[in-house]
Design a protein around this ligand. Structure first.
Ligand code: NI
Length: 425
């Protein structure tokens, strides 16, 4: 495809007007002010439009769209134990498949080209990922409440099989990561064994970290360490790791995260909705911690919209820190794109440059929210929404264009989601 006369958000935040961007073989092959001499097939009239890197949702539980609006106004422990865990007992692989497809559709509509996922019935999620055309770092959530070894856990067998069967499948769109759900849902033995296993096969790790004050203080009580110190001592940060939330991390924890190159997946909507608190993101950035953005599951959000997370991430730090200079828009955009791609180990994605993967979104610059356009990056972070996305492309393949899904029968998926959501009563 050749995008013609389009504005493009370049690395560093410069907006280049009237660009020609050629895509071939899943990559950006040409960027110039004049038409290329080569042929790129279909032409896209980009006048009045902005081309930007696709967003990365760095922490999600995608089938939870089935539980959108199901458990409201509850603290995390009651939300989980009284509502979510009993509801998840009723899930089937088929329900997870349709729920995943629907959540993926929601993300594609909002310009998301990749997401980092932790759940179960992962084969069904993998099918939805591969069929929909999106990218995903998928992990089987591992919990352990007794003195089992990792190898005795059926969930670990699933994770291992998933890695062997699906890692790097779909032409590299689907990666399989390893996972420990959280400190409070596992044992030191299993955590250490999982870190060693992930290292031995070259996999990444995905965990929840210091989401609530109770979890953070409970860990100190149980192990004499903060969750970050605990996971570091067991080797989890010796492999590339995404740590969701990090709301209650302390100065020393941030030093560990920075030194180990851990990627924090900041999920501001979920943290506020569950009353977990406000993560010290501006401080983390100041200390050199990598931070990406996530939605968490739709049961605690209730949407999978990175535009909302960008705006909230920016204004929360400004408001909580009484400092409007915190979290400038280019930092926020980078968290939602390039740093998200880096958190997934997807080097060569998340930027518009020749040779990068063609994981792209197009936003209408003539919508109400984007008019007038004094500063395009500000428009994206503060005024735009999923409604302004007019095209989403992953690995050079168009998945969504002008309100239509090209790989998803959205009416069928929606009706299946309505049907399967009835299992919760
Ligand atoms: Ni989560």
């Amino acid at each position: 495809m050749l995008f013609e006369k389009i504005a493009a958000l370049m690395p560093g935040g410069e907006v280049k007007q009237g660009c020609f961007v050629g895509v071939r073989g899943g990559r950006i092959d040409y960027i110039g002010d004049t038409p290329p001499s080569q042929e790129y097939g279909e032409r896209y009239d980009g006048r009045g439009k902005l081309l930007l890197p696709g967003f990365v949702n760095a922490h999600c539980h995608v089938p939870m769209v089935l539980l959108r609006g199901y458990a409201e106004d509850l603290p995390l422990d009651r939300w989980l134990n009284d509502k979510i865990f009993p509801a998840e007992e009723k899930l089937s692989g088929e329900a997870v498949y349709w729920g995943s497809f629907f959540g993926i559709a929601e993300m594609i509509r909002g310009g998301v080209t990749s997401f980092t996922e932790m759940y179960f019935f992962c084969e069904d999620i993998a099918r939805a990922v591969l069929e929909s055309g999106i990218k995903c770092n998928l992990s089987r959530g591992i919990t352990c409440f007794d003195d089992s070894s990792l190898s005795e856990l059926p969930s670990f067998s699933e994770a291992r099989d998933l890695f062997e069967r699906y890692h790097n499948s779909g032409d590299g769109r689907l990666y399989i990561d390893m996972c420990i759900h959280a400190e409070y849902t596992s044992t030191p033995k299993v955590v250490r064994e999982m870190a060693e296993y992930a290292k031995s096969i070259g996999a990444r790790m995905h965990i929840h970290l210091s989401e609530t004050k109770a979890e953070h203080e409970g860990c100190r009580h149980r192990h004499g360490k903060t969750p970050a110190e605990y996971f570091a001592s067991l080797g989890v940060f010796d492999v590339p790791c995404t740590a969701a939330h990090c709301v209650w991390v302390e100065e020393g924890d941030m030093d560990i995260l920075a030194e180990k190159g851990v990627f924090v997946a900041h999920c501001p909507t979920s943290n506020l909705k569950l009353g977990s608190g406000i993560g010290p993101v501006a401080r983390m950035l100041e200390k050199g911690v990598n931070v990406a953005l996530g939605t968490d599951g739709a049961a605690s959000n209730n949407s999978l919209d990175i535009f909302s997370e960008m705006k909230l991430a920016a204004i929360l730090q400004k408001g909580a820190g009484c400092n409007p200079e915190l979290m400038p828009v280019l930092d926020v955009l980078r968290m939602a794109t390039l740093d998200g791609a880096r958190s997934q180990g997807r080097q060569g994605s998340g930027e518009i440059k020749v040779g990068a993967r063609a994981d792209l979104a197009v936003v209408d610059l003539e919508s109400i929210g984007m008019t007038p356009l004094h500063h395009v990056p500000s428009g994206l972070v503060y005024s735009a929404g999923s409604r302004d996305v007019v095209l989403t492309m992953c690995d050079g393949k168009v998945l969504y264009k002008d309100g239509e899904f090209l790989t998803i029968d959205i009416e069928l998926v929606k009706s299946k989601v309505r049907e399967f959501s009835k299992i919760f009563g």
